[in-house]
Design a protein. Structure first.
Length: 505
C-alpha cells in the first residue's frame, strides 16, 4: 500500500502529464468561436479520441426571469422543449393546432371565473372546468407521445437531459459523430417551432415534483423558507420550481410568451465538443440555428437586494434529522474576490481533510457531514455563501452553530498554513483537469464561461485567479463577510411524531 506522500507525488505527476495535453494553448488550437448573424454564439472544439460528440445548449435565462405571479415558468418551458414540434409529436398538426387554441380559450374562461374575488358562480365554474378539460382531451388525441426524445434515443443519444436553475437553462446529450446534422436539426427545431402540447398534463407532473421535492420534504421546505427569508427584494427569494398557486394558474400562452422573450439567439450559447470538423460543424450550425429569428436581448434588470442589518432566522419543527444551515450575503461571480470565496469553500469543505469535516465530524462528532459552499441559490447575482451540518442523534443545532462559528473565527484571526494554501491551489488545478476529461463536462463549462464572461478561456484563468489568493485575502474576506448582522440561519429541530405515527407532521 502506498504511503500518503507517495500517493500525492504520484497524483501530481499524473496531473502534470494531463495538464501538458490539456493546457489553454492546446485547446485554443482546437477551439473556434463564431457568432452567427442572428446573434447566437457557437463554440466548436475538435477532440477526435472517439467517434462521438457532446453538445451543451446554454440559455441565459432561468427562474429569476419568471414573471411576477408566474413563478416556475422557466422550469415549465424546459419540460415543454421535449414535447416536439409541428412535424414531430403530432398525427395531424393543423387539427391539433386548432384544438390547442380552443384549449387556451377554455382555460381563460375557467380561470376568469375561478379567480373572481366576488360573485363566483360555483355551478358555472364546474361547467367551465369540464369544458376546458374536455378540450385538453380532444387535443391529446393528436399527440404521438414522447416522439421527440424517442427519435434521439433511437439514433444513439446518451445522457439526454436538461436543467433549469435560477440563472440559466441548459440542454445536453451525446451523439454518434455521424448524427451531427440530425442533432443540429432536432436541437434547433425545438427553439424555432416549439409546440405547447400536453401543457396542462405536464404542469401536473411539475406540481407533483414540487410536492415531492418541497412540500413533502423537510429539507426542501427549509431551503425554500431559508432562501425566501435571506432575500427580501431580489428575485432569488422566489422558488425556482414555483409557488403552488402560480403552478395552478399559468398557461400554455404564458409559457410561449416566456419562450419568445428569452429564447432568442443573443441569449444562447451552443458548445459542440468531440469528433467533429470545425468547418463542417459551423456550416451545419449556421444552416439550422441560423433560422432562429434575431431579437434584441431583453432587459436583465433585477431588484438590488438591500444590505442586511440584522440576523434572520427560520426554524422548522419536524419529525426528521436535525439540520443546521446558515448563509451570508456575498457579491456575484464577477467580484474580484470570487476566487477567495472559492478558496474558502475548498479549505472548509473539500474531503475528509477539510476543516469542517475534521472539526464537526471526526473530532467533535457533532455531525454526520458538514460543509460550506457558495452559489446559493445561484451565482449570476449577489448570493449566499452557506455552511451546513447534518447532526448526529443527541446533538443540537446550537452545538453545530458554535462549532461552525469557531472555525469561522479561525479564518478571521489566524492565517491558514502554507500546506493548506498549497493544497487549495493544487486541487483547483486538479479539478479543472478532471472537468476537461469528458466531452460532456468540457462542452458544459465552455458554454457557461462563454455566456458569463464572453470568453470560454476564463475557465482556465479561474485557476490562475485562485493561484493568486493569499492568506491575507482569506482573513480579509472572512472578517468582511461572515458577521452576525449579515447572517441568515435555518434549522430543522426534531419533533417527535405522535404515538403510533411516523414521518414529518
Amino acid at each position: 500500500m502506498k504511503s500518503q506522500p507517495l500517493k500525492l507525488v504520484t497524483s501530481l505527476i499524473v496531473l502534470a502529464g494531463l495538464a501538458a495535453a490539456q493546457d489553454l494553448a492546446s485547446f485554443e488550437k482546437r477551439t473556434t468561436v463564431k457568432v452567427l448573424d442572428n446573434g447566437l454564439t457557437v463554440i466548436v472544439c475538435e477532440r477526435p479520441e472517439a467517434p462521438v460528440f457532446s453538445f451543451f445548449t446554454h440559455v441565459d435565462a432561468g427562474s429569476v426571469q419568471d414573471p411576477m405571479g408566474k413563478t416556475g415558468l422557466a422550469h415549465m418551458f424546459e419540460h415543454m422543449a421535449f414535447k416536439g414540434t409541428p412535424d414531430i409529436g403530432s398525427t395531424d398538426y393543423p387539427k391539433e393546432k386548432a384544438q390547442l387554441a380552443e384549449v387556451e380559450k377554455a382555460y381563460v374562461a375557467y380561470i376568469g371565473e375561478r379567480d373572481k374575488q366576488v360573485g363566483r358562480d360555483e355551478q358555472k365554474l364546474q361547467q367551465l372546468e369540464k369544458t376546458w378539460k374536455d378540450t385538453v382531451t380532444e387535443a391529446n388525441k393528436y399527440v404521438k407521445p414522447n416522439e421527440y426524445p424517442q427519435i434521439l434515443e433511437n439514433n444513439g443519444a446518451e445522457g439526454m437531459n436538461a436543467n433549469t436553475g435560477n440563472d440559466e437553462t441548459n440542454y445536453y446529450y451525446s451523439f454518434p459523430q455521424n448524427r451531427l446534422e440530425l442533432w443540429a436539426y432536432m436541437e434547433s427545431e425545438r427553439f424555432v417551432h416549439p409546440v405547447m402540447r400536453q401543457f396542462y398534463d405536464e404542469r401536473n407532473v411539475v406540481i407533483e415534483e414540487r410536492r415531492m421535492r418541497v412540500d413533502s420534504n423537510p429539507i426542501g421546505r427549509l431551503l425554500e423558507q431559508f432562501t425566501t427569508e435571506a432575500f427580501a427584494a431580489h428575485e432569488y427569494h422566489r422558488p425556482g420550481i414555483g409557488w403552488m398557486a402560480d403552478l395552478n394558474s399559468f398557461s400554455a400562452t404564458d409559457a410561449e410568451a416566456f419562450f419568445k422573450k428569452y429564447y432568442i439567439p443573443a441569449n444562447i450559447v451552443v458548445a459542440v465538443v468531440g469528433d467533429v470538423k470545425t468547418a463542417d460543424t459551423l456550416a451545419i450550425v449556421q444552416k439550422y440555428f441560423g433560422r432562429i429569428p434575431s431579437q434584441p436581448k431583453p432587459d436583465e434588470f433585477t431588484t438590488t437586494e438591500p444590505p442586511q442589518n440584522s440576523e434572520r432566522r427560520v426554524i422548522l419543527h419536524e419529525a426528521a434529522q436535525p439540520l443546521y444551515l446558515e448563509g451570508y450575503h456575498r457579491p456575484d461571480y464577477k467580484s474580484k474576490d470570487d476566487a477567495v470565496y472559492d478558496a474558502i469553500a475548498d479549505l472548509m469543505s473539500d474531503g475528509r481533510t477539510s476543516r469542517l469535516y475534521r472539526a464537526l465530524v471526526r473530532d467533535k462528532k457533532i455531525a454526520s457531514y458538514s460543509a460550506g459552499f457558495g452559489g446559493l441559490p445561484g451565482n449570476k447575482y449577489p448570493h449566499l455563501f452557506a455552511f451546513y451540518a447534518f447532526l448526529l442523534p443527541g446533538r443540537t443545532t446550537q452545538e453545530a452553530a458554535d462549532a461552525i462559528h469557531a472555525e469561522i473565527d479561525r479564518l478571521k484571526n489566524e492565517d491558514i498554513s502554507d500546506d493548506e494554501l498549497k493544497m487549495i491551489k493544487t486541487r483547483a488545478k486538479a479539478n479543472l483537469i478532471r472537468g476537461l476529461d469528458s466531452n460532456e463536462g468540457l462542452a458544459g463549462q465552455m458554454a457557461v464561461f462563454q455566456s458569463r464572461y464572453g470568453d470560454w478561456r476564463e475557465l482556465f484563468r479561474s485557476v490562475d485567479r485562485i493561484d493568486h489568493v493569499t492568506k491575507a485575502d482569506i482573513r480579509r474576506i472572512a472578517a468582511q463577510t461572515f458577521v452576525p448582522d449579515n447572517r441568515t440561519v435555518g434549522t430543522i429541530e426534531t419533533k417527535q411524531a405522535p404515538a403510533g405515527k411516523g414521518g414529518a407532521q
